[in-house]
Design a protein around this ligand. Structure first.
Ligand code: ADE
Length: 238
């Protein structure tokens, strides 16, 4: 089996890269900024693909995520894409900082396109996810939630309106863009997210995100390790 993790930030991926000692394949995607880390494990392939950097910062958001996913699928041809990363969540749903979730649906929350139902449907996305998502959540003993994606870390009232109208639970900046590209190639995709901040408790999002990033990245790394061992049929190799 060939699994390809798509991760936005190096800090989100590093604990997991270290756990499996996955090594970088330099300039694999040149001239694109995305970075490939790859290893072979008992006949299986594990890739971790990062968006790379611009202006000295890790690329986040939908455009970079779409480019990275397209390059990864075209050049690596994985059996499964896993988007692993951090997200915001809602205290009102009982979410906790550091909690790991598996996505059970994914859509955009900041695409306001007036028009008939077909335009509205396209704008929101609602892309298919791997039919193994529920099995993975059960294995991890974690909750599932609907991921909604937008281009901003903050949340404007018009974003919240769409999130609430669609029962969104986890807010991120990449998942729907990655799922969109995966759907075009008919590549199954799984979403694994850990919570850095709560969007509805009045705290300053960036400050809380920054403070909790290392802890949430460790939590998602631990979950990723279990998922890889489970899907590759390894007895806790790592
Ligand atoms: N990633 C981590 N926290 C986030 C939030 N509140 N919104 C979007 N992406 C995030």
């Amino acid at each position: 089996m060939h699994i390809c993790f798509i991760v936005a930030m190096q800090a989100e991926a590093q604990p997991f890269i270290d756990m499996f000692a996955v090594s970088e394949v330099k300039d694999f995607f040149a001239p694109l900024p995305c970075k490939l880390y790859s290893t072979e494990m008992q006949g299986h392939t594990l890739d971790v693909v990062l968006n790379g950097q611009q202006h000295g910062t890790d690329l986040v958001g939908c455009e970079a995520a779409a480019v990275t996913t397209m390059a990864a699928i075209q050049q690596r041809k994985p059996d499964l894409i896993i988007n692993s990363g951090t997200c915001g969540a809602f205290e009102a749903n009982g979410a906790k900082i550091g909690e790991v979730y598996v996505g059970n649906a994914v859509m955009f929350h900041d695409r306001r396109v007036p028009g008939d139902d077909a335009w509205g449907t396209q704008a929101l996305g609602n892309y298919p996810l791997s039919d193994r998502s529920a099995e993975i959540a059960e294995m991890l003993h974690c909750r599932m939630g609907k991921v909604t994606t937008g281009s901003s870390l903050d949340m404007q009232p018009c974003d919240l309106e769409i999130i609430q109208a669609n029962q969104g639970q986890l807010k991120d900046m990449e998942a729907a863009a990655i799922a969109f590209v995966a759907s075009l190639y008919h590549t199954p995709i799984l979403l694994l997210k850990s919570v850095t901040d709560l969007c509805d408790n009045g705290a300053e999002t960036y400050e809380v995100f920054r403070r909790n990033l290392a802890m949430a990245s460790q939590a998602i790394g631990d979950a990723n390790r279990k998922v890889v061992n489970y899907l590759f049929g390894l007895k806790s190799e790592c």
